[in-house]
Design a protein around this ligand. Structure first.
Ligand code: GLY
Length: 561
């Protein structure tokens, strides 16, 4: 079944001690979804680049090796922290085109036009990845690495091709029907003789190589102006796309004030709006501090119940209060306040669930997917970077920009396209996240760095849409409460709850025992097996070196040097 298509590479186990050891390195470390991308990052570190330089090379390489979520046509967020404690957060989230309108995905009767926010060219926001990566390199790179060096691995991988694994071949075969609907996608992603991709096939992307060469030659202009821009506009004209030349020229990534919280003596640095990730993560950690979390066993009934009830309240607040800070006054201080967290859980009972309706009201939707990618790098000097990037769904809206070789995002679906109507991730929203020209849709991406004594000690992040935030939360708790190493922390089975659908706690296949399921049901929870949730990866910085952990749920790669 598709639901289980992205099956764990190793089967997950209740006995998390059985996972392989983390990858160890004395100096630099890269963790990402693909070994060619991690290797591109390592080469940059070896040439004297810092963690930011390496992250940029990894980002471009992922756009080639993992085109389902690595991207040029999407957006994301980056958190950086130097070993000296300087931090920054960068927003390169897509923006709604200037010609977008509040009701653009509704018909005359005010009903949602099915699939339009996901599959039409109008579902694309103005891409931010290229601007974000190159700006970060310019502002925070070491100065030792030239633009051409950053792009070289990606260009080679696109031009000469890379070898498909069985898993990657299966992924491209799985989406064959979707690719047939877009000529440019079919040309690249379906073999000329229509036979299925196989392990060992070399996958070449000549048009993408040309786009990467333009970026290598002209920098940001190589994407937002000139040939690439013209090709994007032509692609818009093939359907009902709204992105204009002016939208592309005007696009800017933005440095935002990182959100900062504390948890048990640690500092938590994460991404603020337009991502909801950091605020919800810190709010949930604040709430957890009010309970004797150290005494609750990992994935025990009390533990899962507590996480669920805390998440319920946090996601209800997300729906109401959060949006693009350039358009909406986010109650940031409230989310970060320990007092507010305490107040929010004042009616939390450990005996029984609180019905979601009593926390807030909303509508049900149920989806299965984990599309987005996360990568982290720590360099020789202990500088850390955590980046999460996405097209929204796998391969975005499945439209390739003809001649340019990259997929377009369908991030407009992350807006609240109609109050009370859930998006692809089942999340509802309010005016805070309604569509407005040039606004950024609310995200759940949660690239995070944990600091201790003013220096980074952990990077963590994950794909998974609405499940990203609870995934990152559980990985942090796994390390700092349950004493897991980073491999165990990212691989251990997870649960998820997001306020709506009512009562539902999602679990992974064989993720919790039947006894615990029964206990949770007796407290009023509905337990539903979802499939695997998130593909987390992270790096722990210890006195003796770096420990990289990549998720057992997918093909992933941690490389040290
Ligand atoms: N597109 C999913 C997210 O940004 O949360």
């Amino acid at each position: 079944m598709y639901k289980y298509f992205f099956l764990a590479f190793f089967s997950l186990s209740l006995n998390y001690a059985a996972y392989p050891d983390p990858v160890y390195s004395e100096s630099g470390m890269v963790v990402s979804l693909h070994h060619e991308a991690s290797s591109a990052g390592i080469k940059i570190l070896q040439k004297g680049g810092n963690a930011i330089d390496a992250a940029v090379a990894v980002g471009f390489a992922l756009a080639v090796t993992c085109p389902e979520n690595g991207n040029l046509g999407g957006g994301g967020f980056m958190i950086g922290a130097t070993s000296k404690g300087q931090i920054f957060s960068q927003d390169h989230r897509e923006k709604a085109p200037t010609r977008s309108t509040k009701n653009m995905f509704l018909d005359k009767a005010g009903s949602v036009i099915p699939q339009m926010s996901l599959t039409s060219r109008a579902s694309s926001g103005v891409p931010g990845t290229v601007h974000g990566l190159l700006t970060a390199w310019k502002d925070h790179g070491s100065g030792n690495i030239r633009l051409q060096q950053l792009l070289a691995p990606a260009i080679k991988l696109a031009d000469k091709g890379y070898v498909l694994s069985k898993r990657r071949a299966d992924l491209y075969n799985h989406y064959k029907t979707a690719f047939t609907k877009n000529d440019a996608a079919a040309k690249i992603f379906i073999k000329h003789d229509e036979s299925p991709w196989k392990q060992g096939d070399v996958f070449v992307q000549k048009d993408l190589a040309k786009t990467l060469k333009r970026i290598s030659k002209f920098g940001i202009s190589g994407f937002y102006n000139g040939t690439t821009a013209k090709l994007i506009i032509k692609e818009m004209e093939r359907g009902n796309g709204l992105i204009s030349h002016n939208d592309l020229k005007a696009y800017q990534s933005v440095y935002r004030e990182p959100v900062i919280g504390t948890f048990k003596g640690l500092e938590v640095i994460s991404m603020g709006p337009p991502s909801s990730g950091g605020l919800l993560l810190i709010h949930m950690l604040n709430a957890i501090e009010n309970f004797p979390i150290d005494t609750l066993g990992w994935n025990s009934t009390d533990y899962i119940h507590l996480l669920t009830e805390i998440a319920k309240r946090a996601y209800a607040d997300r729906a109401e209060h959060l949006g693009d800070p350039d358009f909406w006054n986010n109650p940031r201080d409230l989310f970060l306040s320990k007092k507010y967290a305490e107040k929010r859980i004042s009616n939390l009972s450990m005996e029984s669930h609180t019905p979601s309706k009593e926390v807030f009201s909303g509508i049900y939707n149920d989806n299965e997917s984990d599309e987005t990618t996360h990568y982290s790098i720590v360099d020789n000097d202990g500088n850390a970077v955590s980046v999460t990037s996405t097209l929204n769904q796998n391969f975005g809206n499945k439209h390739i920009v003809a001649g340019a070789g990259f997929f377009l995002n369908n991030e407009m679906d992350d807006f609240s396209i109609k109050p009370g109507t859930p998006n692809f991730w089942g999340l509802v929203g309010s005016k805070a996240n309604s569509i407005e020209p040039n606004k950024r849709p609310l995200s759940s991406m949660t690239p995070t760095i944990i600091m201790y004594d003013g220096a980074p000690i952990m990077t963590i992040g994950s794909p998974g849409g609405s499940k990203i935030i609870t995934t990152v939360l559980q990985c942090i708790l796994n390390v700092f409460i349950h004493d897991m190493n980073i491999k165990q922390a990212v691989c251990a089975p997870r649960i998820h709850h997001q306020w709506l659908p009512e009562n539902t706690v999602y679990i992974e296949p064989n993720g919790i025992s039947k006894d615990i399921i029964k206990n949770l049901q007796s407290r009023g929870h509905t337990i539903k097996t979802y499939g695997y949730m998130g593909v987390a990866n992270g790096i722990i910085i210890e006195d003796d070196g770096l420990y990289g952990g990549t998720d057992c749920r997918d093909e992933t790669s941690a490389i040290g040097y």
